[in-house]
Design a binder for this molecule. Structure first.
Ligand SMILES: Cc1cc2nc3c(=O)[nH]c(=O)nc-3n(C[C@H](O)[C@H](O)[C@H](O)COP(=O)(O)OP(=O)(O)OC[C@H]3O[C@@H](n4cnc5c(N)ncnc54)[C@H](O)[C@@H]3O)c2cc1C
Length: 560
């Protein structure tokens, strides 16, 4: 049996930062990851990372913007900690070798982002995530930890009230393996593939969140799903908020700059939930463009000039030219909102601790909560670093004090048996068909605008898909890189999370941040100023609620 003190699952920015903290604390660390570390979705991040650096900006404004952006559901103690750590951790990344874009005077260049009172988004052109990921990977150094690449987390073993280790599946050999561990950090990233329109990579299937839920962890605020306003029509490739930060404007089919009706003060730079709803409303009310891929609006960059567009938004130019056959220097970009980020995740405190001793979480898979009901652009890359480091340090500390773990031979069998069973069926459900139906259901019934009837219908459909999943069949019998099998595992995870999202969204009879109920259009602080917690039971998610932490900011109406 394999054995390590700290096992980090996921090698994106959160997982790597956690591993670095645990390595630096002198622990024996392993990283288990289903992708090569540098292929993690963090590498796709374009626009930038927030930090109040320089004399004109202040940490307090960053805190206030984040609290307001969260629609007062973010925990203010966590947000204060988060924003204070921002400057030092971004500068640390620069010292690790991240090549950020510069202002003419040589200081770190910053661009305006949605919902921010000051231009505080530091960037490396429109490849910020990749620049950070590469620098962190070099810093971590492969000789200081053990890497299990292309291994999938299948189960977290919890016994005697604490984590004992994990069961993983090695894609290359087609074998299940057990790894005993005193502490486990879940850093498995996004779950955007629950939706048919998403900016997230195909690998973003919420695995770690579902596995932690299965092990008894509380999931927090899962009903809050962020849609990014500007995804390229048809492919849903992200057009970074940096495009609007650099001065891009949105227009409807009559050529009207419609954001003036929704956010008169900051227009296109309102927070994402506000801009997404504006676009959906324009299209629904017949003021958008129509085409074979549905309604859309235009994002215009033409007035910014060739030099600026091509230097600050290089990747955006490539995406538009290669995937839409248009040149953003001379033509408008057709855009429509797509799922982008999960505010919810495995519930943790500031140290990344969950309700299960020895289990930690960080990054997009976790919910601390700093984003509350709506995340601000540029705060997620920052979250991976700040809370990745905290979770890694806490996991290392826990491992020092914890007694030896006890894995049993039956642990592996219990996790592997049902999955092996999928391959021995002579008939059954095709996982890819279930996935498509799930994505369409979530898009249609749990999207940007929600109401009771839709959420109930969505739940009915997801539960029907879950019972069909009990008869899932893996047709491919090969052991080497059996993607049919890993697809089925991922679909099972996503169906589990879909149910949690729908149950939480149905229960929350108010509109707050990204959760917009047409039947309850107002925020209801009296009743709903609280976090949703979901715990798994044999009959579905059991909901309970936890208070929001306040420090200095009284809830106000949120206007931009
Ligand atoms: C297109 C795009 C652009 C973005 N731009 C920005 C931006 O400009 N600024 C910003 O702040 N945020 C941005 N975000 C959000 C931000 O990039 C992510 O929230 C963040 O990078 C997530 O990091 P992570 O480390 O939590 O997860 P990831 O980087 O996704 O890493 C997840 C890791 O988990 C591993 N994993 C997953 N499942 C398993 C499993 N079952 N077993 C083993 N390993 C597993 C994967 O292999 C991977 O290594 C963007 C997101 C997208 C999709």
């Amino acid at each position: 049996m394999l054995r390590h003190e700290v096992v980090v699952v996921g090698a994106g920015l959160a997982g790597q930062r956690a591993a670095l903290a645990a390595v630096e604390a002198g622990r024996d660390v392993a990283i288990v990851t289903k992708l090569h570390p540098l292929r993690s979705h963090s590498g796709a991040a374009q626009g930038g990372i927030n930090a109040a650096v320089g004399a004109e900006d202040s940490v307090d404004t960053h805190i206030y913007d984040t609290v307001k952006g969260s629609d007062y559901l973010g925990d203010q103690d966590a947000i204060e900690f988060f924003c204070r750590e921002a400057g030092p951790i971004v500068v640390e990344m620069e010292h690790f070798g991240t090549i950020f874009s510069r202002s003419p005077d040589g200081s770190l260049a910053r661009r305006p982002f949605g919902g921010a009172g000051f231009p505080r988004t530091i960037y490396a052109a429109d490849r910020t995530g990749l620049a950070l990921l590469q620098a962190l990977w070099e810093r971590l150094g492969t000789e200081r930890f053990t890497l299990y690449p292309e291994w999938d987390l299948i189960r977290i073993v919890v016994r005697d009230g604490r984590v004992q280790g994990i069961i993983a599946y090695d894609r290359k050999r087609g074998e299940f393996e057990e790894i005993a561990a005193k502490s486990v950090v879940i850093a498995t990233g996004p779950a955007g593939r629950l939706y048919s329109r998403t900016t997230n990579a195909h690998s973003c299937t919420g695995d770690g969140v579902a596995v932690a839920y299965d092990a008894g962890a509380f999931l927090k605020d899962m009903e809050f799903v962020q849609f990014h306003p500007t995804a390229l029509l048809e492919t849903s490739i992200l057009i970074t908020e940096g495009a609007r930060g650099e001065g891009g404007i949105l227009k409807n089919a009559s050529g009207e700059r419609f954001m003036s009706r929704y956010a008169p003060h900051v227009l296109e730079l309102a927070s994402r939930d506000v801009v997404s709803r504006a676009i959906v409303t324009e299209v629904a009310d017949g003021r958008g463009f129509t085409g074979p891929y549905g309604g859309y609006v235009h994002l215009e960059l033409m007035h910014l000039g060739k030099e600026k567009v091509e230097s600050r938004l290089q990747e955006i130019c490539d995406f538009c030219r290669h995937f839409a056959g248009i040149d953003p220097v001379t033509e408008p970009i057709p855009v429509y909102p797509a799922q982008h980020y999960m505010m919810g995740g495995v519930g943790t405190n500031i140290r990344g601790e969950t309700n299960i001793p020895g289990l930690f979480a960080a990054g997009e898979a976790a919910c601390v909560s700093i984003h509350g009901a709506n995340r601000l652009g540029g705060n997620s890359l920052l979250e991976t670093l700040v809370f990745g480091r905290e979770a890694g340090a806490a996991a290392a500390q826990y491992a020092v004090g914890a007694s030896a773990t006890t894995m049993r031979a039956t642990d592996l069998d219990e996790a592997a048996r049902p999955i092996r069973g999928w391959s021995s069926r002579s008939e059954g459900e095709d996982p890819s068909a279930l996935r498509t139906e799930m994505q369409e259901t979530m898009e249609r019934y749990a999207g940007i605008y929600r109401n009771e009837a839709d959420l109930l219908e969505g739940l009915r459909r997801i539960r029907a898909l879950r019972s069909r999943f009990d008869r899932v069949r893996v047709v491919d019998a090969s052991k080497v890189y059996n993607l049919n099998l890993t697809d089925a595992v991922e679909v099972g995870h996503m169906l589990e999370l879909a149910e949690v999202i729908l149950v939480g969204a149905y229960a929350r009879t108010e509109s707050r941040g990204a959760h917009a109920r047409t039947d309850f259009p107002k925020r209801d602080d009296q009743k709903w100023m609280k976090h949703t917690l979901a715990q798994k039971t044999s009959t579905g998610p059991n909901l309970s609620y936890a208070p929001v932490a306040y420090t200095r900011w009284e809830p106000k109406e949120r206007v931009y």
